[in-house]
Write a protein that binds this ligand. Sequence first.
Ligand SMILES: Nc1ncnc2c1ncn2[C@@H]1O[C@H](COP(=O)(O)OP(=O)(O)OP(=O)(O)O)[C@@H](O)[C@H]1O
Ligand code: SF4
Ligand SMILES: [Mg+2]
Length: 328
Amino acid sequence: MTLVDPVTARDEVLRVDGLHVGTQNLRLVSDVSFTLSAGERVGLIGESGSGKSLTAAAIMGLLPEGVHASGSVRLAGVGHDLVGASVRQLAAVHGAAMTMVFQEPMTALNPAMRVGDQVAEVMLLHGARPDRRAARAAGVELLAQVRLPDPGQLARAYPHQLSGGQRQRVMIAIALANGPSVLLADEPTTALDVTVQAQVLELILTGVAERGSALLFITHDLAVVATVCERVMVMYGGRVVEAGPVHEVFTRPQHPYTRGLLDASDLASADGRLRTIPGTVPAAGRFPAGCVFRNRCPSASDECDERPRWMERAGGGYACWHPVGAHA
Ligand SMILES: Nc1ncnc2c1ncn2[C@@H]1O[C@H](COP(=O)(O)OP(=O)(O)OP(=O)(O)O)[C@@H](O)[C@H]1O
Ligand code: SF4
Ligand SMILES: [Mg+2]
């Protein structure tokens, strides 16, 4: 797949089409479609439970037991769809063309293996280094690149001997080891001490920039999205309700939910008042049948009992019958 994105003029590296995720009884993510181009940084935001992590897990083919995906996930250079791919096909992609950094690195690292061996292993597995010795040396180099102190010594440590920030740096080294086309980062700094959050974010940004990787960045921090991302997707109730260039979406949001998120964020706290979006997020799979935001939306009308169509605008769009921009 070597399509060129008409908006960015860069090679498209990931195409997600009509992605649905659910259990036997619950629809958890519905009809998510987007593309990522080489080197592009895209934010994925939305309140807790909106479906961000499940979307990323479905793209990676790492859904929990009993949760299934349908639709299509195509990665450049991979000849088959990742939805429905075999364990073997997915293993060939993970750690190479597409990688992921999680909120809690301990869950992704092998507790019984020295961290240097874990970095070397991923290089050996995907052929980036032909032998164990060369892979070990390259692994130590990579640990130095993610600015771990005394990387030669640290390579011999086990994950539990490291701090949370150091473990996340190891995870980032593993994720970047083979120069992925796509890096999915799911709240990679949330669990870390505030003093190291900015450093870890900087490592991710430098790492993807040097490798030309596309970044899908899941976060609750809208200020970070405003600073580091070019595009943003806003999720609610398992659906993308608005998407587009960050500047456009953050300065002229069309969806009442995006408006609410911005009002509740630090970006809009100039008057010092903390706000939240009124109402509570329905339980998984219990969102209204029409517009998913219907029971919390200040602009709702009878029309909203029907699912809103996706309205295209400036490099993105939104799904709302009464966009806020229309009566702003
Ligand atoms: N294995 C599962 N079985 C059933 N429901 C699940 C499962 N995993 C997640 N869910 C539900 O799917 C919804 C979306 O979950 P997801 O973890 O994607 O949210 P999120 O947007 O990442 O939230 P957060 O910001 O808190 O990380 C939630 O309501 C969650 O309870
Ligand atoms: S479609 Fe209706 S309920 Fe949904 S966000 Fe728009 S105005 Fe609100
Ligand atoms: Mg999550």
